[in-house]
Design a protein around this ligand. Structure first.
Ligand SMILES: C[S@@+](CC[C@H](N)C(=O)[O-])C[C@H]1O[C@@H](n2cnc3c(N)ncnc32)[C@H](O)[C@@H]1O
Length: 210
């Protein structure tokens, strides 16, 4: 049997100037060539939301973070084809990369659309949005910056709501302890379209950094 890895890093997006597989914080203003607000999307999946946001909001910069190889290749290919200048892709686990790659107060906003719900009880500890990570995300936000989350998974939604409400530096944009009913001001993600078409309820959370 060959010892060659199934997917080699050389074939991911290594060498592409918009792709970052690094432990060290880049100087984002240099990388983007400007000091416009940076919005982070964690877990962009196939990247539709990230690309559409970047096209809609050319006055902002977007960093997408994921470890899904196929999605990364897809986004990099589309960024090249569409000549998009305001997207950068970070490879890796957000739990390590968010603290390492951004300074406190550096993010204008953060999106986490349909984080993996890990529905089995014994797997629930693998969920991304835990109090410690929510605190880290909040530290990276500029005052007034918003963290926006969407999920179809009710138990995870309830858990996240209680954790976000428990973070003193964040305030529920809608009202204490409630979900936003819908979200009309952003593009629909692949998962969002799927669950809406299936008639599922979506839970939206919008929390502002105070
Ligand atoms: C259920 S998919 C949702 C994809 C997309 N946001 C959507 O709504 O269509 C979750 C995505 O999060 C990524 N992901 C899961 N855990 C992550 C982590 N710790 N750091 C970065 N990305 C993560 C997965 O690779 C996957 O692409």
């Amino acid at each position: 049997m060959s010892s060659k890895p199934l997917i080699s890093f050389e074939t991911l997006a290594e060498g592409h100037p918009y792709f970052f597989d690094t432990e060290d914080a880049p100087d984002w203003n240099v990388e983007f060539g400007n000091n416009r607000p940076i919005h982070l999307e964690i877990g962009f999946g196939t990247g539709n939301f990230l690309i559409e946001m970047a096209v809609r909001e050319p006055q902002c910069n977007f960093v997408g973070m994921d470890f899904y190889h196929k999605g990364i290749r897809r986004v990099v290919t589309r960024v090249d084809k569409l000549l998009i200048k305001n997207i950068r892709i970070v490879y890796g686990d957000a739990r390590e990369k968010v603290p390492a790659l951004f300074k406190d107060g550096q993010l204008g906003g953060a999106f986490i659309n349909f984080p993996d719900p890990w529905p089995k009880k014994r797997h629930a500890k693998r969920r991304l949005l835990k109090p410690q990570f929510i605190r880290t995300l909040s530290e990276k936000l500029v005052p007034g910056g918003i963290v926006r989350v969407a999920t179809d998974d009710e138990p995870y939604a309830m858990e996240m709501l209680s954790y976000f409400e428990g973070e003193p530096s964040l305030k529920n944009k809608i009202a204490p302890a409630v979900f936003a009913e819908n979200r009309e001001d952003t593009p629909r993600t692949k998962y969002e379209k799927y669950f809406i078409n299936a008639g599922e309820k979506i839970y939206y959370l919008d929390f502002i950094k105070e």
